[in-house]
Ligand binder design. Structure first.
Ligand code: FMN
Ligand code: MN
Length: 477
């Protein structure tokens, strides 16, 4: 497989695989978004949009890039023929073998082919879709990487946070509380200093994948991206911020976040989010970046990865479930055969399913309790289901069948109150919402055959796949 170090390498790879569709003159206002959603629903190709009316010639937008395992695999250094739990397992093993790959510091690079400085900065020159019908504005950053340096620890971080154009040289960056970029902002704000920020708006696929992952604070996302792509990420020092910018990115904006008070923060949103709903506009919560420089390659490509109503997603499968799988085993839950989610962003989300091979009484409840509390399962969780390992956890019909037929309700359902919630929780009553964060409840569903009389549980009345395959072949059904 060729080395995929930037978006153009990746596009060449997608084209070779027959996985790219080019579209010209599509309207940025809703049409790009609707086509992206449809392509995601159909698990169709990546879409490369160009020739936008009234925009500088050459500027492009790409979307629906990581929708399938086949397309995402080359960007992760995984085989292209895996799907479902097998793909997730390969990803989990890859994560476990992580070794940081140091960046390559370079002088110059394609990112400096063009620039707009100071008063020339005009973000409205970038073709920016209104991704969903009720979005509060054009979101320039969806598949982006927000680069910051923590003023206390000195650590470089890259995170994907939604970026809305506020003015021609101002964007809001919705770094939620606790995110690494937000911690850096809060620390510089407490010291009364502006935080230097750079945002990459189109970059190598591995940099995006690293930026949207909930990696630990001591993991540098560039070094993780280097590990994924199997080569160091070339970075160049930004003239305005001194931050490391991806030298082969498509567009990078540089500037700073002034240490503004909450009351000075602008209206942001609404925006269509990953649970499948618009989140309300917020005022006084979202920091602003003043953009002082825009660098871009010739014919730059903005990466769009808008959240979409499930099961359409910017990701092929619930990749965050690999982390929960690892955390379950680290917490001592044996024989976990797979973890899945049906409504997911970077985390496995509010409907998580675990499959186990039961070994002792209480094993299934143990899996539920750990999953509800472990970091990767707690944030944004709601329903946690555990099933036996004959259930295909990637198939909602099979999961519902297990719940409907194996759950003994009085023992099998538990309610846990006041657990860490996601800010995207749609069912949170307005009076319980608070900028300080909030909690929500969990339902634990044990849909395993009860262990105490497991052997007497009615036998499933379906033939084995192997036998059916064999008779089907024999009789050419
Ligand atoms: C398309 C997309 C949009 C996202 N938008 C936000 C956002 O607006 N705010 C946020 O806090 N996290 C958002 N995330 C999730 C973060 O990228 C994710 O939590 C990541 O781990 C943050 O990096 P950090 O752990 O270094 O802070 C988004 C992810 C994706 C893929
Ligand atoms: Mn981070």
């Amino acid at each position: 497989m060729q080395n995929i170090a930037d978006m153009r390498d990746f596009i060449a790879c997608l084209e070779e695989m027959g996985e790219l569709k080019r579209l010209e003159k599509v309207a940025l206002d809703l049409e790009v978004g609707a086509l992206t959603e449809r392509a995601a629903e159909k698990e169709g190709p990546a879409l490369l949009f160009s020739d936008f009316k009234d925009y500088p010639q050459g500027f492009r937008v790409i979307s629906n890039v990581f929708r399938t395992c086949k397309r995402t695999a080359p960007a992760m250094g995984l085989p292209t023929d895996l799907n479902g739990v097998d793909f997730l397992y390969a990803w989990r093993k890859k994560l476990a073998s992580f070794m940081p790959v140091a960046v390559e510091q370079v002088e110059g690079g394609p990112i400096f082919e063009n620039q707009m400085a100071d008063h020339e900065v005009d973000l409205y020159k970038c073709p920016t879709p209104v991704w969903h019908e009720l979005d509060g504005g054009p979101y320039l950053g969806t598949g982006c990487g927000v680069i910051t340096k923590d003023p206390e620890t000195g650590r470089i971080n890259i995170g994907t946070y939604r970026v809305m154009i506020q003015e021609k040289n101002k964007v809001s960056v919705k770094m939620n509380m606790g995110k690494h970029g937000r911690l850096a902002f809060e620390r510089s704000r407490a010291a009364g200093k502006p935080l230097p920020v750079a945002i990459s708006l189109g970059q190598g696929p591995s940099v995006f994948l690293a930026a949207q992952m909930p990696l630990p604070p001591d993991v540098n996302e560039y070094e993780f991206a280097g590990f994924l792509q199997g080569s160091p990420v070339p970075v160049v020092r930004g003239a305005v911020t001194g931050l490391p910018l991806p030298a082969n990115a498509e567009i990078v904006i540089e500037g700073e976040m002034p240490p503004m008070r909450d009351e000075e923060m602008p209206r942001e949103g609404p925006f269509g989010e990953w649970p499948g709903y618009f989140t309300d506009a917020n005022v006084g919560e979202t920091p602003v970046m003043i953009v002082k420089r825009v660098y871009y390659r010739n014919d730059p490509i903005i990466l769009g990865a808008p959240p979409l109503k499930p099961p359409a997603s910017y990701l092929p499968i619930p990749l965050g479930a690999a982390t929960l799988w690892e955390q379950l085993e680290k917490a001592g839950v044996p024989e976990v055969k797979g973890v899945w989610g049906f409504v997911y962003g970077g985390q496995p989300g509010p409907f998580t399913v675990i499959s186990i091979r039961q070994r002792y009484a209480g094993h299934s409840k143990q899996a539920l309790l750990v999953a509800a509390g472990a970091r990767a399962g707690a944030y944004g969780g709601k329903f946690v289901v555990v099933v036996d390992d004959d259930i295909d956890i990637t198939n909602p019909h099979d999961v519902i069948w297990a719940i409907a037929t194996r759950c003994y309700v009085r023992d099998g359902i538990d309610l846990i109150k006041s657990v860490w919630a996601s800010v995207c929780e749609p069912a949170m009553p307005p009076e319980e919402r608070s900028p300080r964060g909030y909690t929500s409840d969990r339902v634990l569903i044990d849909a395993c055959r009860p262990y105490r009389w497991f052997d007497e549980f009615p036998k499933v009345n379906a033939f084995s796949k192997e036998f059916k395959d064999a008779v089907e072949r024999k009789w050419k059904l």
